[in-house]
Design a protein around this ligand. Structure first.
Ligand code: B12
Length: 209
């Protein structure tokens, strides 16, 4: 099997040792960084598909994402040198009052795995901080996460604050266990995704059109 395919396989399996070894070897051999990145992305795309189809579960996704992250650490300096930038930048965070971050982190990892740059603001993020970060990083997308029914109003507050800040063209994507499409519509978000793999599809749908 060609090295690039082997790298894709290693990511799919979450085999970070093989992933790191292959990435390092290919860098040494002078392989184009965008080809290596493509192989990593293919691996995470497959993980996303299987996660969505319930053929893979949260711990396995986290292990695959960690393997990808480690290879990216090796690859990043070359990507920067070659001027290869993520296609889009997203800001993500869990809304004020809410400390749950496992789902948000998964979305963040899947976005990164799809070559979307992510600025992760963490948990318990006040509404104004989302608006500031979108401006500072020129983000095209913002992801808001909430896991508590009591913090759903915080998601509405964040959406209103971002809209009131008049940031041109930023798309607001919401998610989290108690969130529904109906709630997303009610608060004026641009999109809702029920899981991390769908969050990738949604970004591609609304930005690649
Ligand atoms: C783990 C957990 C905790 C951990 C959080 C650790 C952490 N670092 O996140 C701890 C122990 C800290 C915790 C605390 C509390 N928790 Co809690 N917690 C959970 C638990 C068991 C799992 C949540 C989880 O991680 N799920 C796994 C992830 C992968 O799923 P997910 O978050 O839904 O994310 C997926 C999608 O929703 C979506 N998604 C998520 N975010 C986003 C964002 C975007 C932009 C998009 C597009 C998609 C998206 O994609 C994700 C991946 O596919 C749930 C119960 C449950 N089974 O859901 C209760 C639960 C959420 N907690 C609950 C409660 C009540 C609390 C506490 C108030 C308890 C207390 N009395 O102190 C505190 C609140 C603390 C706070 N202020 O936030 C309740 C909420 C009830 C409600 N309806 O509001 C739940 C449902 C438990 C229950 N049945 O009562 N909790």
């Amino acid at each position: 099997m060609a090295e690039l395919e082997q790298l894709t396989e290693a990511i799919k399996k979450g085999d970070r040792n093989t992933g790191n070894k292959l990435t390092g070897e290919m860098i040494e051999a002078g392989r184009a960084p965008d080809q290596i990145l493509g192989a990593l992305i293919s691996g995470m795309e497959d993980v996303g598909r299987r996660f969505k189809a319930n053929q893979m579960y949260v711990p396995e996704v986290l292990i695959a994402a960690r393997a990808m992250k480690e290879s990216m650490v090796l690859l990043e300096p070359l990507l920067i040198e070659a001027g290869i930038r993520p296609k889009y930048t997203a800001v993500i965070g869990t809304v004020e009052g809410d400390l749950h971050d496992i789902g948000k982190n998964l979305v963040s990892m899947m976005w990164k795995g799809s070559n979307i740059g992510v600025v992760d603001l963490g948990t318990n993020v006040p509404a104004a901080k989302f608006a500031d970060a979108i401006r500072e990083h020129n983000a095209q997308v913002v992801g808001l996460s909430a896991l508590l029914t009591t913090t759903m109003p915080g998601m509405q507050q964040a959406t209103e604050t971002i809209r009131e800040a008049g940031i041109d063209g930023v798309k607001i994507i919401v998610g989290g266990a108690p969130i529904t499409q109906a709630f997303a519509d009610k608060i004026g978000a641009d999109a809702y995704a029920p899981d991390a793999a769908s969050a990738v599809d949604v970004v591609k749908e609304i930005l690649d059109t």
